[in-house]
Design a protein around this ligand. Structure first.
Ligand SMILES: Cc1cc2nc3c(=O)[nH]c(=O)nc-3n(C[C@H](O)[C@H](O)[C@H](O)COP(=O)(O)O)c2cc1C
Length: 334
């Protein structure tokens, strides 16, 4: 079965890769992922806060340069709390590159365009085959318009693309009023791929301790549905490659993501729970499923359930919405 796919300038043997996370922190795990069939490796993000914290050496310096108050700086981890400082990150990237045959993609997570550009160049020099930009920034100012926020992302991508030669993917959040329009503009700005979608680790409130509690819950398959919807919408509306991240836990999830339009399937939670070898089971499972259902290749299935295949997508979306709400029957009446 031909499972090949194209992503960030590479022909990959299959669509499965670990998403940006600690999965690629240790070389032996990276090799196990490759041996199990991962077609690429994505490193965890290097955070702009890490770069600044190390450069300035003190936390106070971070507050001065990046955030306005000492209190703001105190929210952030200390230099030693980060898994890799910037130099160690680049060194780790070099070691991972030397250890595997498959492409290695690095990830940057920041706030300021200059930081993205500078480290994007260093990541390129260190040998990365591609760069994922995680553009997570909480916008809480009532003065900033959605249009301005989106324009900043577009400008950032344009800047990074002008400054580096390696392919660039943008890991987007679902919280834009018109993700399809933003995706088109990112494509025009030179982005090579979109990673759909960033997952947020939302703080909870400890009502007894009057504290904000931070927990990291791994995903479940239910999170895939939001991704499926937007993959299906974007496929055909933008020419850019699409990676799914969030909620892929089993073979059926992966098939759905591919049918919706994913070129690449990134997996994190399921691999953290079941171990790196599970990526091989997903790959084999998809292969068997396609054979059983008489597909000739993965590309035959890709996008087969996208909105692109529907005559009037907006009417279709609206009709589905109405049918679902109107079709619900309660059993509450006596
Ligand atoms: C422990 C952990 C660390 C992560 N670190 C990063 C990171 O550094 N950069 C990033 O873009 N995403 C990071 N993610 C998000 C994952 O790449 C992925 O998008 C998310 O977990 C959803 O995929 P999943 O449902 O397969 O877990 C992290 C996720 C986990 C669980």
């Amino acid at each position: 079965m031909d499972l090949t796919t194209t992503y960030l300038g590479h022909t990959l043997a299959n669509p499965f890769m670990p998403g940006s996370s600690p999965l690629a922190d240790e070389l032996d795990v990276v090799k196990r992922l490759e041996d199990a069939g991962a077609s690429a490796i994505v490193l965890r993000s290097l955070f702009e806060e890490q770069v600044l914290a190390e450069e300035m050496a003190t936390h106070e310096a971070v507050s001065a340069s990046m955030y306005t108050s000492a209190e703001a700086a105190s929210y952030f981890p200390d230099v030693e709390d980060f898994r890799f400082g910037p130099d160690a990150y680049l060194e780790h990237l070099r070691r991972v590159k030397a250890a595997v045959q498959v492409p290695v993609f690095a990830s940057l997570n920041g706030v300021h365009p200059e930081g993205f550009l500078r480290y994007g160049r260093l990541i390129e020099e260190a040998g990365a085959d591609g760069l994922e930009l995680n553009v997570y920034a909480p916008i809480i100012s009532p003065e900033r318009t959605g249009q301005a926020v989106e324009e900043e992302v577009v400008q950032l991508v344009r800047l990074v693309k002008q400054g580096v030669n390696i392919p660039v993917a943008v890991k987007l959040s679902p919280f834009y009023s018109s993700p399809a329009n933003l995706s088109r503009r990112l494509e025009d700005a030179g982005a090579d791929a979109l990673v759909i979608f960033n997952r947020f680790y939302q703080p909870d409130i400890d009502i007894e301790g009057l504290e904000v509690s931070r927990t990291l819950a791994l995903s479940t398959s239910s999170e895939l549905l939001l991704r499926l919807r937007w993959l299906a919408i974007l496929r055909g509306r933008v020419g850019i490659q699409l990676a799914v991240t969030g909620g892929v836990h089993n073979v059926e999830d992966a098939i759905k993501a591919i049918m919706a339009g994913a070129d690449v399937v990134q997996v994190v939670s399921a691999l953290l729970q079941r171990g790196p070898e599970y990526i091989g089971q997903l790959r084999r499972g998809v292969e068997l499923w396609l054979e059983d259902h008489e597909y000739e290749s993965l590309s035959q299935a890709r996008g087969s359930m996208s909105l692109d295949r529907v005559a009037e997508p907006e009417a279709y979306e609206r009709a589905n919405y109405l049918k679902i709400l109107q079709g619900y029957r309660t059993s509450l009446a006596g």
